[in-house]
Design a protein around this ligand. Structure first.
Ligand SMILES: [Zn+2]
Length: 79
């Protein structure tokens, strides 16, 4: 299973190495947005200026969460 969180600045999908970390990020995403710089712990070269790696994501959706999705859910909208 793969875990990804969307960067709150450039909207690139960021790979999250463990489920524990993913759950923690998801829990606090609205208060603490995730940025590419936060993923440098396991992907040292990543930045918001990188070109998004979209092709990988189009094929397979595992666990994905984004600030946009969360905001919609909070507002009570159906996705
Ligand atoms: Zn970014």
């Amino acid at each position: 299973m793969e875990f990804d969180v969307e960067c709150s600045k450039c909207f690139k999908w960021l790979y999250i190495p463990t489920e524990e970390r993913y759950e923690k990020i998801r829990e606090h995403l609205l208060e603490c947005p995730l940025y590419c710089e936060d993923a440098r712990e396991w992907r040292p070269s990543i930045s918001c200026n990188d070109i998004p790696d979209i092709t990988r994501k189009e094929k397979k959706y595992g666990h994905l969460i984004s600030l946009v999705f969360l905001s919609l859910i909070q507002d009570g909208n159906e996705l």
